[in-house]
Design a protein around this ligand. Structure first.
Ligand code: ATP
Ligand code: ZN
Length: 225
């Protein structure tokens, strides 16, 4: 392929990180026309294209060098890194910046009436989650054997639906757990949104643009503190 003229940044198309990701880029002076429901949005005033995808696809796109940058939750990055490591696939990517949004914890939760006394009481139970790698690493460390019920969504209803004995899910306020008769019993990972970069070599012009964007991002984040 010929040398790319425009930088590519992957962001979540629609979800919890979308608005903040767009706002961050706009706060760096980037004009983006996002009106159409398009996969790609071009910046009007910078040599940058935005690729708008599912958050789960972002780490892989960066690790394969399909895009130069991505904004994604650290939990998704961690899960993809573990999966790819197990499959001997490239995991190259650098975290350029931890961002001031997308904060959440990845926690084990059980039904209110479950008599939870520690991770050991989950031995041989079935646990529903969207991030089986991070969960398995934690329970392996604890020496707790378990089985997984992999759900990409609706994890919080899995116990009530009789699909699992416990769940491991992302939590911010805890209101969703409470609304589903669950209690948070163990925080196993803390996450926030991060800006990641592929191993793609940048031209001098692109490197200068990146430096400028990073400086502006820092400025925006400090202004909010
Ligand atoms: P997609 O359709 O892009 O796959 P999704 O349903 O997997 O979206 P969202 O629920 O939009 O993902 O969450 C995106 C990211 O936001 C999470 O991976 C996590 O890093 C972060 N996040 C912050 N707070 C929460 C929360 N309370 N619940 C879920 N995710 C949260
Ligand atoms: Zn997702």
């Amino acid at each position: 392929m010929t040398e790319q003229k425009r930088l590519r940044i992957a962001i979540q198309k629609s979800g919890r990180l979308s608005d903040d990701s767009q706002a961050l880029l706009k706060s760096c002076g980037m004009k983006i026309n996002l009106r159409q429901q398009r996969l790609i949005a071009h910046s009007e005033n910078m040599p940058v294209d935005l690729l708008r995808v599912r958050d789960d696809d972002i780490p892989g796109l960066v690790m394969d060098g399909v895009v130069d940058f991505g904004i994604v939750g650290e939990n998704v990055l961690e899960e993809e890194t573990m999966l790819r490591t197990a499959q001997n696939e490239p995991t190259d990517c650098d975290i350029l910046k931890r961002l001031d949004f997308g904060d959440c914890r990845f926690s084990l939760a059980v039904a209110e009436e479950f008599d939870y006394t520690g991770p050991q009481c989950l031995a041989n139970k079935r646990i529903a989650t969207s991030y089986p790698g991070i969960l398995k690493r934690y329970l392996d460390e604890q020496g707790v054997p378990f089985s997984t019920c992999m759900l990409a969504g609706s994890v919080e209803v899995a116990t009530r639906a009789g699909l699992a004995d416990a769940i491991c899910d992302l939590v911010s306020t805890g209101a969703t757990l409470e609304a589903n008769g669950l209690k948070e019993v163990e925080v196993i990972y803390r996450s926030q949104a991060v800006l990641i970069k592929s191993k793609n070599k940048l031209s001098d012009e692109h490197q200068e643009l990146l430096d400028r964007l990073l400086m502006r991002m820092q400025g925006t984040m400090e202004a909010k503190e």
